[in-house]
Design a protein around this ligand. Structure first.
Ligand code: V47
Ligand code: SF4
Length: 370
């Protein structure tokens, strides 16, 4: 056991720490115990052990941009600052041509991935979205298309009258490469009822990701935290993900998303502080022992918090983004969502890690400077 762990005086905490250092999986009770009893320094130390086991001293980023096809949505999640009803002056809806023009703006840039997520538009089914993907692939075949949250997939597939397997198979044929982690929120059914009653159930979210993994489509998973959930709900959320990952191995990254309070109907709750963000990253890294990557999504956390989180278990700063997402600025994030790769690399180096540009499947694209 590393010497520093000998300095943990609390006997129960020492037992959990010994499991983590010995690469023994912790239980849900252990996870809850960490959330409730371990201070930030101990969590950083333990998350660092797991982080190094998975990713050594490396910290990944990619060159990407987002397309948000529409903010018109049939749902009305209480935490969401983004969706608008059709006809609202603040709503938007891009045509296929407009979205292809966004792709064309990156003609002379070395981007490797487009991330496409938006509201659940009432009018369109899988064939409309599939043909968009096909057009983007035809235009720029090497671009990895990570698209559609499980909530959008549920709607577009059922609207087309297909089963999950049929729908996902067809989307793969159209050119879908992977699925982002959105829509997971918090799996606990009671909390879900309060914050996003209408949207697809937790079971369906997990079923969609399981079906995708079985078809060879990898995905990410998110968790929306810092609202009305408690630590048991976070552990329950991670436990359901850990079980699915044991079964399929199809998740690439876990992305904790801190609830942002502006312009939505849960604003009265306020926001949790940066210490809580770091503690949450650390417990996630420790608990999700079968997830290869924990992502700090900097447009949400801010650049400095994302940088700090590298010492609390995260190993991926997501991407350059180039000012192409509005979800977090509409929810109150001050961050201007664009960084060039030099800036990302500098942030990573200043935190004591080695920057690695990756593709969407975490293959390194540059020589790793040791
Ligand atoms: O599911 C919406 C969240 C998610 C708020 O897979 C909010 O690489 C905080 O899934 N405060 C969509 N969060 C974004 C998403 C994502 C982001 C980055 C990377 C990846 C990936 C996926 O945004 C939604 C919801 O959980 N969200 N409103 C809010 N007010
Ligand atoms: Fe719609 Fe997604 Fe906002 Fe919920 S979080 S209202 S599904 S855009």
């Amino acid at each position: 056991m590393p010497d520093l762990l000998n300095q943990i005086n609390d006997k129960d905490l020492r037992l959990v720490a010994e499991k983590i250092a010995g690469n023994i999986r912790i239980t849900p009770d252990d996870g809850l115990f960490l959330f409730k009893n371990a201070d930030l320094a101990v969590l950083g130390l333990l998350a660092g052990i797991v982080r190094r086991r998975h990713n050594g001293n490396l910290a990944y980023y990619n060159r990407n941009f987002h397309i948000e096809p529409t903010n018109i949505c049939i749902y009305n999640c209480r935490f969401c600052s983004y969706h608008k009803a059709k006809g609202d002056p603040e709503s938007w809806e891009y045509s296929h041509e407009e979205m292809l023009n966004i792709v064309k703006k990156f003609d002379d840039k070395a981007v490797t991935e487009v991330h496409i997520v938006g509201g659940v538009h009432p009018s369109y089914d899988l064939h409309y979205w599939g043909s968009l993907i096909k057009k983007i692939k035809e235009y720029r075949p090497a671009l990895h298309i990570k698209a559609f949250s499980a909530i959008e997939l549920d709607y577009m597939i059922s609207r087309a009258g297909l089963t999950l397997e049929e729908g996902l198979t067809l989307l793969k044929e159209y050119g879908l490469n992977s699925i982002p982690g959105g829509g997971a929120e918090i799996f606990d059914e009671n909390i879900r009822k309060h914050i996003c009653d209408e949207k697809s159930s937790s079971k369906l979210w997990l079923d969609i990701h399981e079906a995708a993994h079985k078809l060879g489509i990898p995905s990410n998973a998110t968790m929306l935290y810092g609202h009305i959930e408690n630590y048991s709900h976070r552990i329950d959320h991670m436990e359901r993900l850990r079980q699915l990952q044991d079964k399929t191995g199809g998740f690439n990254a876990f992305i904790p998303l801190k609830y942002k309070k502006s312009n939505n109907s849960m604003s009265y709750l306020g926001e949790v502080n940066s210490i809580e963000d770091l503690r949450n990253y650390a417990v996630s890294r420790i608990y999700l022992d079968n997830f290869p990557h924990i992502k700090a999504y900097w447009p949400m956390t801010g650049k400095e918090s994302a940088q700090m989180s590298l010492s609390f278990g995260t190993d991926d700063m997501d991407g350059t983004i180039d000012d192409t997402t509005r979800i977090y600025s509409m929810a109150g994030s001050k961050e201007n969502p664009a960084m060039n790769s030099d800036e990302i690399c500098a942030l990573i180096r200043q935190a004591g890690f080695i920057p690695v540009e990756r593709d969407s499947l975490y293959n390194p694209l540059t020589q790793i400077e040791i």
